[in-house]
Each structure stands twice: as C-alpha cells, then as structure tokens.
Design a binder for this molecule. Sequence first.
Ligand SMILES: Nc1nc2c(ncn2[C@@H]2O[C@H](COP(=O)(O)OP(=O)(O)O)[C@@H](O)[C@H]2O)c(=O)[nH]1
Ligand SMILES: [Mg+2]
Length: 266
Amino acid sequence: MYLEKIVIIPTYNEKENIEKIIGAVMHLQLNFHVLIIDDDSPDGTAVIVKSLMPRYAGQLFLEQRKGKLGLGTAYIHGFKWAIDKGYHFIFEMDADFSHNPNDLERLYAACKSGAGVAVGSRYVKGGAVANWPANRILLSRGASLYTRIITWMPVKDPTAGFVCYTKEVLEAINLDGIEFVGYAFQIEMKFAAWKLGFKIVEVPITFIDREFGASKMNKGIVKEGILGVLKLRWHSLFKNYRKRVTNTGFSNKVNFQETEVLLEGK
Ligand SMILES: Nc1nc2c(ncn2[C@@H]2O[C@H](COP(=O)(O)OP(=O)(O)O)[C@@H](O)[C@H]2O)c(=O)[nH]1
Ligand SMILES: [Mg+2]
C-alpha cells in the first residue's frame, strides 16, 4: 500500500483536545493518517487515543514513551517511525488547535509542488497570530528576528511547529545529530534542511492560542533557544555542521519491532 501523508502530534496532557483534533484531521477526508506520540501523560491522553483506534483503524497510531522526554525527541521518534513505514509527506502539528487542521492541505500542496519543507508561517504576508498574550507574541517575534540575525536562514517563522517535511528531507538528515528539544528543535530542523540545500517554502497561516489545557512552554525552552541558535551558527561556521546532520545511511533506520523485543527482554 502506498502510504502518503501522516500527521505527527506530540502530546502531554491534552485530554481536552485529543479527541477533537484527531476527529478534525479525519473529518478532512483527505487520507491523512495520524500518529500520536504521548509521553505517558498523567491525565490519560493515551487512554483516549486507544479508545479511538478501532474507529480509525489503519489510520490512527499511537507511540507511548515512558515519561516527559520533550517535544524534539518525540518528533524524532515519530519521524523515524514514519520513515520506517514508508510515508512520503510527514507533518508536525500541535494537539491544541493552535494549528488549524484545514491548513494541512495547503502545506501538502506546497511540498507536492516542489518544496522539501513547507512551513505554516505566522510572519509572512497573509499570516497572523490570534489571541496570544502580548508577552508570547513578543517572545516569538523576538526569537524569529534573533534567529535570522544570527543564522541568516531565510525563514520568517523559524520556531513554527506546523510543518510538512518530505521523506527525502527527513531521510537526508541524520536525525540523531539533531540536538535540541524545545523551540530550538524547530529552528534546528529547518536549519539542517536549509544547510543540506533543500527548498523551504512558507505558507501563511493564522495561529490561534489554545482554549483548553495548559502550555508546556517554560524558561528552560527559552534558554535552550537563545544558546542553541548561537551554537548552530558556531558549528556551521567552524565545526562542519553539515557533516553532523548528514545521514550516512544508517542513522535513521530503526526496526521498531526489534526495539520492542529488546525492551521486553530487559
Ligand atoms: N510528547 C510530548 N509532547 C509535548 C511535550 N511538550 C509539549 N508537547 C506537546 O507539544 C505541543 C505544543 O506544546 P504547547 O504546550 O502547546 O506549546 P506552546 O504552543 O509553545 O505553548 C502540544 O501538542 C503539547 O501537548 C513533551 O515533552 N512530550
Ligand atoms: Mg500550544
């Protein structure tokens, strides 16, 4: 079977949103599959996902990790899973409706017509942010400007977490070489794709603040972002960053069944 599109949604305590967001993607009826990466949410998010799996058999998948390990490693886990299964268009999306599932189709279209990475962007013409508190807008705008000044990467919304990657891009990147886990993770993924020569296109979206549940943003994530961007630039100038993030053929291959057997044997 040709597996085309999968939306990876990382979750930590999203019980108010999870059923609705999965329903909204399925409702599109555009054959988007959904992979939830749950970090053992204490609120039982994974239990809700499991209860929905029969309804969306063959379209909804769940990977559970043992504890809160961060957004970045959740996505890396999901990317490897999706590559392993053979998906061609691999999406990142939040569970909290900040990203409108109706925009998935436009991200897909951008990749279909030649982009390696399509970024759902708040800061290009036509993009917007709704309801976010002023301090979050300032932080996000500041992070974008800072990233552009330090790295010169031509992306207006480098911290965006609503993205479509083609399989070719994710296969070209050594995913184990991606270092960061928070906002810096989003920046680094785009930076790596750019450094490896892929085309990044920004598609305007309206980002809406979450109505339900709580943000997991914290000071550590901001600090990682500030230092992380400097580190990326430093490494790309003096330490052959490209080499570190180039997939040499082995790094992204994980046999998930084998991992499970290994874990069980422990
Ligand atoms: N699996 C996993 N998901 C996470 C983690 N931290 C945040 N998320 C999810 O990542 C998405 C974005 O997080 P959110 O708290 O909304 O960040 P914000 O939009 O920057 O305030 C949501 O779907 C969260 O549930 C984590 O450590 N592990
Ligand atoms: Mg959010």
